[in-house]
Ligand binder design. Structure first.
Ligand code: ACO
Length: 309
């Protein structure tokens, strides 16, 4: 039995913060941010909205889109580094709110790769025959751990949530192959210290360029596919230059890579599911398309998935 994505949903806060807005509160410029990162604006949620609320909104839409009821969900996996509190998990909070009474529920922590870890976890339960439907959510309220006095990091991040329902799909479709990895020795380059994100941008950049390219190629090989088979690449939206390097490694034309970073910035574990929804709604992902998802993040961690839609 193959597991695949059978429904998608997302939530983005309404408030838009542009690069020019940031120019007013820190020593930066629209030109610097655009050329170094590709970001033009990001969404920031209000103080009274937490990750659990954004996760709930995205999850509701994914269930509706999948035509699966909350009662049918067997498991909820939420990827986040910005939970409302250490426990109970966001997964438990939305399990209650959704009314997903029979669902097991847990959060996973793998920073920006968290959604990939979540999908691969869900896939195991479905393909082993243990569960039928798994809800996987990536959600972040990075604004609450952003140091607005640190221009090196503050310009990069945004808030939001994306969700998918995983379920059984026909032979040859769904998740074809995956690669997950971690290098804990690189944890010192990207971490949360006290309340804020701390980052060695250049080290993370070098790691990301290498890993995104390698993992994309590896996952295709594992799936028995070649670069020519790829219809669409959905990379973690951290920096347009990092994304471009992955695209070039797969020798794909610009129009075959998802780009949402200019609108939403880096939303960590939410960036890949938010981008999936963007492309589904734009009609760019069609039945039977081969799609590569690839991400990296704090830990350091990484993950790639090849799937047939
Ligand atoms: N505005 C203006 N100038 C800035 C800003 C800013 N916002 N930020 C840094 N600068 C300055 C620096 O101080 C530096 O000045 P100096 O040369 O006088 O010291 C100069 O710009 C160049 O800085 P670099 O660090 O060399 O810039 P670089 O080209 O490497 O780009 C960036 C920096 C965008 C952070 C890049 O390194 C990057 O994208 N790294 C990866 C980040 C990433 O993906 N992180 C993932 C985090 S996700 C998670 O897990 C939550």
């Amino acid at each position: 039995m193959n597991a695949g994505i059978i429904g998608v949903g997302r939530y983005l806060p309404e408030k838009v913060v542009t690069n020019s807005d940031l120019e007013k509160i820190m020593d930066t410029s629209d030109e610097w941010i655009r050329t170094r990162t590709g970001i033009e604006e990001r969404r920031i949620c209000s103080d009274d909205v937490n990750s659990s609320e954004m996760a709930y909104e995205a999850a509701m839409k994914a269930l509706e889109n999948a035509n699966v009821s909350a009662e049918q969900i067997d498991m909820i996996v939420v990827a986040t580094v910005t939970p409302d509190q250490p426990f109970p998990s966001i997964a438990c909070m939305i399990q209650d709110k959704l009314g997903a009474k029979k669902a097991a529920a847990m959060d996973v922590s793998a920073a920006c790769s968290g959604f990939m870890y979540g999908i691969v976890t869900g896939k195991q339960f479905i393909e082993s025959g243990s569960y039928k439907y798994v809800l996987v959510v990536g959600v972040e309220k990075l604004s609450k751990i952003t140091n607005w006095d640190d221009r090196n990091t503050a310009v990069l991040f945004g808030d939001g949530a994306g969700a998918v329902v995983l379920g059984p799909v026909s032979e040859g479709r769904g998740i074809l192959a995956f690669e997950l990895g971690a290098d804990g020795s690189g944890g010192k380059h990207l971490y949360q210290e006290k309340e804020f994100i701390t980052m060695n941008g250049r080290e993370v950049y070098k790691f990301a360029v290498r890993q995104m390219g390698e993992s994309s190629v590896n996952v295709l090989e594992k799936a028995g596919l070649s670069k020519e088979d790829v219809d669409f690449l959905i990379p973690h939206q951290a920096n347009i230059r990092i994304m471009e390097s992955a695209r070039q490694r797969l020798e794909l034309p610009v129009e075959k890579m998802s780009k949402t970073i200019h609108k939403y910035g880096n939303t960590s574990s939410a960036s890949i599911p938010i981008s999936i929804v963007e492309e589904v709604e734009a009609g760019k992902i069609k039945d039977d398309d081969v799609i590569v998802l690839v991400g990296f993040g704090g830990g350091l961690t990484w993950g790639a998935i090849a799937l047939r839609w």
